[in-house]
Design a protein around this ligand. Structure first.
Ligand SMILES: [Zn+2]
Length: 173
């Protein structure tokens, strides 16, 4: 479609033309699932994770937004599957950790909760029980990071492991 052709059209016709193109491109987009209610939706923008204004309001915490119990359940199930929101090293809030165990072994990893789940044998049984949203081991190991408020030097022999060249693997975002 040439610009000369478009220039002859009225404003409303040009708007209709671009709107048609938008509808066509959106229909061709790959479907994805809303991270709040779990409904499938299509969008051309890469970063959009929610199906519409209602779920977006819920996501950013606007007051007065109620979702049904079924919608919340479906959303929670969807979040567990996605690499950025599920219990994986690719979680969007996962941070880089570099620790030394009481045995002297060093561990460099993304995602503290994931590490503690996968290495339960390194801790005492009572330290890896879920208390609220995390385990005592994960809570205390987080405090070993030197830049934190309330950071501690060691916990049950675990220490922060200083490295000159930190882990360079980039999370698949
Ligand atoms: Zn939704």
């Amino acid at each position: 479609m040439s610009n000369a052709w478009l220039a002859k059209k009225t404003w409303a016709e040009r708007r209709a033309y671009y709107h048609d193109a938008h509808i066509r491109l959106t229909a061709a987009a790959k479907p994805r699932r809303c991270v709040i209610c779990g409904n499938p939706f299509k969008c051309r923008r890469k970063k959009v994770r929610v199906c519409g204004p209602r779920c977006r309001a819920f996501l950013i915490g606007l007051p007065g937004i109620r979702l049904t119990a079924e919608q919340l359940k479906r959303g929670a199930a969807t979040r567990l599957l996605h690499p950025h929101t599920g219990p994986f090293e690719t979680h969007h809030q996962a941070k880089y950790w570099s620790l030394q165990s009481p045995m002297g072994d060093t561990y460099q990893f993304w995602n503290m909760a994931y590490f503690v789940r996968e290495h339960k044998s390194l801790f005492k049984a009572q330290d890896v029980i879920m208390q609220g949203y995390e385990t005592l081991a994960a809570h205390q190991l987080r405090r070993l990071q030197p830049d934190r408020n309330y950071s501690i030097n060691s916990w049950k022999g675990w220490k922060w492991h200083y490295v000159l060249s930190p882990l360079t693997t980039v999370r698949s975002k």
